[in-house]
Ligand binder design. Structure first.
Ligand SMILES: [Zn+2]
Ligand SMILES: [Zn+2]
Length: 425
């Protein structure tokens, strides 16, 4: 079947394209991209993208889909509904499910659920350690054979440096990236927000930047020792950005992502004991926010990932100390990223690159591009469309967002996966 997306501005950073172009899709693949009017003839099916941006579908390398085990927070179905509504056509999901995704059968279970949902592509990330206990290596080879694209104990840091070393050594045989949640638990010492003036004022126990910086430093040293591929998840401190910059200058295989909340919000969002501002790593200070932006601008931070972390309201509507960490992010990532474009931090093309080609490349996926022959995973978005975040209106099963009531600019209008329309606004 033939489908033409016409009249839009194509932004395809993988091919250095940013121009008024039409896209021809056939049999679920990108067949051709050429000047306006090249493809559409009478009788063809077309999507009018006039005034809109046509980009590769976004690739989120860090989400929590909660299935199996926590279906009351999110399922593979509701998570991928949320993904395509946000313009994401592929998501990589973390292993902290119940049972933990630390073996091939859980990996296969998640892939089967995704095939049934038939919306965004889902790429499971396997656990680094059995049961996320940080004691012994999970069945990494088995999970990779079943379809895992990376390894991570996300939610938990790998406190045992020797285990981290063995994981980097083992994964380097597969050229498999290890995504790391960098938090020295001894330095974090049970803190519930960033350590700074706000934690002092609120009387909440703080987590110092050093808890993240120290672990990033350790893991970069281990990446140097092993030649392994290290990916720093949800970078939140100026120190971490500086360490990654140095590691890259040295030529180490180190990459990094940042989440929109870490380049938009500061610790002050916690004011009033706002549990929708509680996350790990915590929201930091303005100096950190500026460092994350600079890291995105100069290429130190490769990817924008949401760390979409749905929680039930009962887990958030409790005392701050006891509230669960994390926020939903798939449906607000695009407009929050476009703020960086408005501020002049990133060009529109660079912003799209960090949502598409870069994360796909880190995970070794053939997506995040409109190259001829690639799967027709496409987002058509309106960069100027204004809308207000109404938490009750989100597709995710959970409502834990600190952006409720915010005015956003930029919205996915149509999302296609494999040439099939899976979402229209
Ligand atoms: Zn994490
Ligand atoms: Zn996470």
């Amino acid at each position: 079947m033939k489908l033409v997306i016409y009249g839009g501005t194509v932004i395809d950073p993988a091919n250095d394209r940013e121009a008024a172009l039409d896209v021809l899709i056939e049999d679920g693949l990108i067949r051709a991209v050429d000047k306006p009017g090249s493809f559409l003839t009478a009788g063809d099916t077309g999507i009018d993208a006039s005034g809109l941006v046509v980009a590769p579908g976004f690739v989120d390398m860090h989400v929590h889909l909660r299935e199996p085990g926590f279906e009351y927070k999110e399922t593979v179905l509701t998570g991928t509904q949320s993904a395509v509504a946000g313009g994401f056509t592929a998501v990589a999901c973390m292993a902290n499910t119940n049972p933990v995704n630390d073996n091939g059968s859980v990996t296969r279970y998640i892939i089967e659920k995704a095939q049934t949902a038939n919306l965004a592509r889902v790429f499971p990330i396997g656990a680094l350690s059995k049961g996320l206990k940080g004691e012994s290596l999970a069945d990494i080879g088995e999970m990779v054979a079943a379809g895992a694209v990376a390894i991570s104990d996300d939610g938990r840091p790998v406190m045992d440096g020797n285990l981290m070393r063995r994981a980097l050594e083992y994964c380097s045989m597969f050229q498999l990236p290890i995504s790391v949640h960098e938090e020295d638990l001894h330095l974090a010492a049970g803190g519930v927000m960033n350590e700074g003036p706000t934690s002092l004022r609120l009387g909440l126990k703080g987590i110092p930047n050093a808890a993240e910086d120290a672990m990033v430093a350790r893991d970069i040293i281990l990446a140097r020792l092993t030649g392994g591929r290290l990916h720093i998840a949800h970078t939140s401190t100026r120190g971490a950005v500086a360490l990654v910059r140095q590691a890259k200058a040295e030529g180490l295989q180190v990459t990094a992502e940042a989440a929109p909340h870490h380049f938009i919000l500061t610790e002050e969002t916690v004011e009033g004991y706002n549990t929708n501002a509680k996350m790990a790593p915590p929201l930091r200070q303005m100096g950190d926010v500026l460092a994350i932006k600079e890291g995105l601008r100069d290429g130190t931070i490769d990817a924008i990932a949401t760390d979409h972390a749905p929680h039930h309201r009962d887990e958030k509507e409790v005392e701050f100390d006891h509230a669960a960490n994390g926020i939903v992010g798939l449906e607000t990532a695009l407009p929050l990223t476009l703020r960086l474009v408005k501020e002049g931090v990133l060009s529109l093309s660079e912003a799209v690159r960090k949502l598409t080609f870069n994360p796909a490349r880190i995970l070794g996926l053939p997506h995040g591009t409109l190259s001829v022959g690639a799967a027709a995973d496409v987002v058509i978005f309106d960069p100027a469309r204004s809308w207000q975040v109404v938490p009750e209106g989100l597709r995710s099963k959970s409502r834990n967002t600190p952006f409720g009531g915010w005015e956003m600019t930029g919205k996915a209008m149509t999302t296609l996966v494999g040439g099939k329309i899976v979402y229209t606004a």
